[in-house]
Write a protein that binds this ligand. Structure first.
Ligand SMILES: CC(C)(COP(=O)(O)OP(=O)(O)OC[C@H]1O[C@@H](n2cnc3c(N)ncnc32)[C@H](O)[C@@H]1OP(=O)(O)O)[C@@H](O)C(=O)NCCC(=O)NCCS
Length: 218
């Protein structure tokens, strides 16, 4: 029997994850967030505490889902939370919305989230904690580094390679074979037809801007 699920975070992505988990017929029994009082309710679900709840013995009886995305300027936040759960040996399964299309030959590592209407094509390889958001398309043989977020409606053509913790903005299009370095951020709506170096912000018509913060994965 499947274990009950605990959601980390209470923002917009958490709402969408709650809906995905419900669509799979699973039940979220608790929310972990330091921002709401313990014992209060979020969307009718009890708030159990902050990240320190992960140290309680009963944590092992649950599965976990991250309820926050990797947003611009925040490469470490989601990755850090993922690492905190993983370091305790707790389960972060793959979550795939029933309306998503994932080819059986695609490889999805722990904690990957594929949201409603997304498509992941043949032989794509998604590393730990990758988030493919609503209606995004990842075509054949794409390789996506750990903790990367492909935002709603973005299109990665065949054989695109993303490093770790890349952010691809909503509706961006990456043509076939393009590589994007770790920690880079692609603006919403950009068409990317040249390789993008690591740790830059890529906005159409502008020189790549180095990101203000040094990029370190936990
Ligand atoms: C690229 C991005 C991170 C830049 O954010 P920022 O550093 O705060 O940049 P600013 O809003 O200050 O804009 C800087 C300049 O770039 C331009 N710009 C910003 N985003 C742009 C975009 N997506 N496409 C084209 N130009 C853009 C702005 O118009 C501004 O131009 P100006 O200097 O001539 O006024 C942001 O605009 C973006 O695209 N975020 C992704 C949003 C998204 O996909 N969300 C999905 C969530 S699930």
């Amino acid at each position: 029997m499947s274990k009950p699920v605990i959601l980390l975070g209470h923002g917009g992505h958490a709402s969408v994850m709650r809906a995905l988990i419900a669509a799979l017929g699973r039940r979220v029994v608790g929310v972990l967030t330091p921002a709401l009082p313990v014992g209060s309710a979020w969307q009718g679900i009890p708030v159990l505490g902050g990240d320190d709840w992960l140290d309680r013995p009963e944590a092992a009886a649950h599965e976990f889902a991250l309820g926050l995305g990797r947003m611009p300027n925040q490469p470490q936040r989601r990755a850090g939370l993922f690492a905190a759960v993983q370091a305790r040996g707790l389960s972060l399964p793959v979550w795939v919305h029933p309306s998503a299309v994932v080819d059986p030959s695609a490889r999805l590592a722990d904690g990957v989230q594929i949201m409603a209407g997304a498509i992941v094509q043949a032989e794509a390889v998604l590393a730990t904690d990758v988030l493919i958001n609503t209606g995004a398309q990842v075509d054949h043989h794409a390789q996506i580094g750990a903790h990367s977020h492909v935002a709603p409606g973005a299109v990665l053509c065949g054989e695109v390679v993303l490093g770790a913790a890349v952010f691809v903005g909503a509706g961006a299009v990456l043509i076939q074979g393009i590589s994007v370095g770790a920690g880079a951020e692609i603006a919403a709506g950009a068409t990317v037809h040249r390789p993008v170096p690591a740790a830059v912000r890529w906005i159409p018509g502008r020189a790549p801007q180095p990101l203000p913060l040094p990029f370190h994965l936990p």
